[in-house]
Design a protein around this ligand. Structure first.
Ligand code: SF4
Ligand code: SF4
Length: 379
């Protein structure tokens, strides 16, 4: 059974996914693509993939940065000549990702690093059900026995679904701070598995526990302490490093990356050093941890995409287990809700390049695209 998250998406044919991202291709796909019978003179290249750390990806043009199959109108040449089915599954599925959850069940959700998903425009995702089911069948995703007991943290399917649904609905309410929901999740974990697995009690107490957490959790002020600053900086750094992957893993590039990483870790440097698409915000000048330098309560719509992104991961369960380094449920949940802090810091970094002190929806959108692009992907 395929469960499709409630999102909207219609491809805007911007070509970003074929330009900015490294797209994986399997050995079987490489073999099939190499044998495609291109009409004479139309084969773009025979050298279409590269290998990074033992994994194959479509090669990018050294000058334009585009996938070697991308044409000047941001369309895939392979798709144009042979149709969608001849493409690699990653290409066919994007921006959707699948996860085998409970026995016999699979969820799919679209990633927020696609501008159409980020802006929540276009068809409801369920419109693509037939196509997604075909891709799922072709991918031969191993359904197996679903989540392991460790991944489930000892919780029952019913309790996990009830808790995720409660948090999903809460997160979509703009007046409920994400850090209060994080505190609620931590309190539930402390109460223990038997408590959370008592479904009737859980459903009864969740609203009052949430209200208590709301009253008792102070407003989020990321980077109050040095350890917190280091943690957030390292998350930002991971996002920037992953996002600038171009397939260049030469020693020169590695040294450069290590140098930039150290600088940023120390609170210096500039995201622009990681790629021309990153904001030009000298770290020290952006003052992202200085609460006084930033408006205290940005309008709720600023964080709209962040709330939707977290809600999608809660709905699709794509935040623990195989979707997040095999992490158990509560740890994955804590990491997911913690992204709100990293997003705020990244949004400030983005805003600092053009309108320091205030946040606009575009700043948060930048942060969400970057964070979701890396979610569960950095090894
Ligand atoms: S990034 Fe999204 S909107 Fe742009 S081409 Fe890819 S799927 Fe389409
Ligand atoms: S093969 Fe086609 S769809 Fe896949 S990344 Fe390249 S241009 Fe995009």
């Amino acid at each position: 059974m395929l469960q499709i998250a409630h999102q909207r998406f219609t491809c805007q044919e911007c070509g970003r996914c074929c330009r900015r991202f490294l797209v994986p291709v399997t050995p079987l796909e490489i073999e099939a693509i190499a044998k495609l019978p291109w009409p004479p003179g139309e084969r773009p290249t025979r050298d279409f993939y590269c290998s990074i750390h033992g994994h194959a990806f479509f090669r990018h043009d050294a000058h334009t940065g585009d996938c070697v199959y991308l044409d000047e109108h941001s369309h895939c040449r392979m798709h144009a000549v042979f149709g969608a089915k001849c493409k690699a599954l990653s290409c066919r599925a994007y921006p959707f990702e699948f996860l085998a959850t409970f026995p016999g069940e699979v969820t799919t959700a679209a990633r927020y690093d696609c501008p159409a998903v980020l802006s929540n425009t276009g068809n409801p995702a369920d419109h693509y059900r037939q196509n997604l089911e075909e891709i799922l069948q072709d991918s031969q995703l191993h359904l197996g026995k679903g989540f392991s007991t460790t991944e489930l943290d000892g919780l029952t399917r019913e309790s996990i679904l009830a808790l995720c649904e409660f948090l999903r609905k809460s997160i979509l309410e703009p007046d409920i701070p994400v850090n209060a929901l994080r505190e609620l999740a931590r309190r539930l974990e402390r109460l223990g598995r038997p408590f959370v697995n008592d479904l009737e009690t859980l459903k009864t107490v969740l609203p009052s526990m949430r209200d208590k957490a709301l009253r008792e959790t102070p407003p989020a002020t990321p980077g109050r302490t040095w350890p917190e600053r280091i943690r957030i900086r390292s998350k930002i750094l991971n996002c920037l490093r992953y996002d600038c992957q171009t397939g260049d893993f030469s020693w020169g590039q590695r040294f450069r990356q290590a140098f930039l990483a150290t600088k940023l870790f120390m609170g210096h440097g500039n995201p622009r050093d990681f790629g021309s698409h990153q904001p030009d915000s000298p770290f020290a000048k952006a003052r992202i941890f200085d609460a006084k330098a930033w408006q205290s309560s940005p309008s709720p719509e600023v964080f709209d995409s962040l709330r939707r992104c977290i809600a999608t991961r809660l709905e699709s369960l794509q935040f623990f287990g195989k979707a997040y380094y095999g992490t158990p449920f509560f740890k994955g949940l804590d990491e997911l809700l913690e992204t709100a802090e990293t997003a705020l810091a990244l949004a400030r970094l983005h805003a600092a390049a053009s309108h320091p002190g205030t946040l606009a929806p575009a700043d948060c959108d930048f942060a969400v695209a970057l964070i979701d692009h890396c979610h569960g992907k950095i090894s």
